[in-house]
Design a protein around this ligand. Structure first.
Ligand code: NCD
Length: 358
């Protein structure tokens, strides 16, 4: 594998992904061959935001590989509560651990950490931006249960504005062929503009709709998501949109017999409990696949040699207007930008530099 950090699924080539997937399958089929794959290695889990699956599955993955884990799931018990900057926490922790797994409410936080870390950094979710290891769980689920990801019609339903798992999945699926996207959301929770531009640039077929039932019969996979309450600046926006999509067994009557019903979890009310026993419900398997694919990733990244990254410029202010961008808080970060088509974007959170979209 040729990657050092996993910040965005776009950092990987399709060949990188296929190498991880094939190792993941080998781990699932021969787990005893991997019990020492990370022997003597230590992961640090820095979880600045709540998590059950991602934190636990990374811990379980490292333990099953013979490694160990330390870290926190509550930043109020760390020096962050005393005002320590991300750069210092990362510099220090990377001198103790062999790999850092990080979740933050700030968009671009993992990218920022990767600039200072002597060991690989894995993005376990950065605000409403990206969540590449959930995407690995999603792709593993589709490939293992359907044979391939190419040529599928995929419905993404719910909060497409703030749902980072959706954003990562869209980025990843640019690497596959003939995907059709049905983007199902209320208008005010539609996909961010930078991803619309990304899909245009990559010639990805997609249609945006507000109704779920009319498109269900077309789909090979239906990816339900929770309305991301914690990301709404205006609580009234959440109140207007909560409970907007509820998948029930009755609604599945018109779906394909081999549909995959997926969800990154946790669910609130968007999938009724009576769907759990339908053979098309794949979300609990999806969570288990997530652990195996994280094992495949850790077995590579935790075994890489440590080295100090080259020094970076000291910034003087935020890179973009996104109020949740890491550069709004950590003003010393270098002013990194990138082009998305013709638009100049923040290299941390992907938002257009001069845009008011947030
Ligand atoms: C997701 C997340 O944290 O973005 N959960 C997860 O990692 N499995 C989805 C969510 O919180 O809705």
């Amino acid at each position: 594998m040729s990657i050092r950090n996993l910040v965005d699924f776009g950092d990987m080539s399709r060949a990188d992904w296929e190498a991880i997937y094939s190792r993941c399958c080998d781990i699932m089929d021969h787990p005893s061959d991997y019990i020492d794959a990370c022997k003597g290695k230590v992961a640090c889990n820095l979880f600045y935001e709540p998590s059950t699956r991602t934190n636990f599955s990374f811990q379980a993955a490292m333990l099953r590989l013979g490694g160990t884990v330390f870290g926190f799931a509550d930043p109020s018990s760390s020096s962050t509560a005393k005002g320590e900057k991300l750069k210092d926490t990362v510099k220090m922790v990377s001198s103790y651990a062999d790999v850092i797994v990080m979740r933050s409410a700030r968009e671009g936080a993992a990218k920022a950490a990767s600039l200072y870390s002597d060991v690989p950094v894995i993005n376990a979710g950065d605000g409403g931006h990206m969540h590449p290891t959930q995407t690995m769980a999603d792709l593993t689920t589709i490939t293992r249960l359907r044979g391939s990801v190419d040529d599928l019609s995929i419905g993404l339903c719910g909060d497409l504005k703030y749902g980072r798992t959706v954003h990562s999945l869209v980025k990843a699926l640019a690497k596959f062929r003939k995907i059709k996207f049905y983007l199902i959301s209320p208008r005010e929770l539609s996909i961010p503009e930078y991803l619309r531009a990304f899909m245009r640039e990559h010639g990805m077929w997609n249609v945006e709709v507000t109704g779920l039932e009319s498109v269900i019969p077309q789909l090979d996979a239906l990816y339900m998501t929770r309305i991301q309450r914690e990301r709404f600046a205006d609580p009234r926006e959440y109140e207007r949109n909560k409970g907007v999509y509820i998948l029930t067994r009755r609604k599945l009557d018109r779906a394909k017999k081999n549909l995959l019903v997926m969800h990154p979890l946790p669910r609130v009310d968007e999938i009724a409990m009576d769907v759990d026993d339908d053979p098309r419900a794949a979300y609990f398997q999806q969570a288990r696949f997530g652990m195996f694919v994280r094992m495949a990733l850790l077995s590579d990244l935790a075994n890489q040699a440590r080295f100090s990254p080259p020094p970076v410029e000291i910034g003087r202010g935020p890179v973009c207007r996104n109020p949740n961008c890491i550069t709004r808080e950590d003003l010393y970060l270098p002013p990194l930008t990138k082009m998305q088509g013709d638009t100049k974007c923040c290299a941390y959170c992907d938002k257009a530099i001069f845009s008011d979209e947030n």
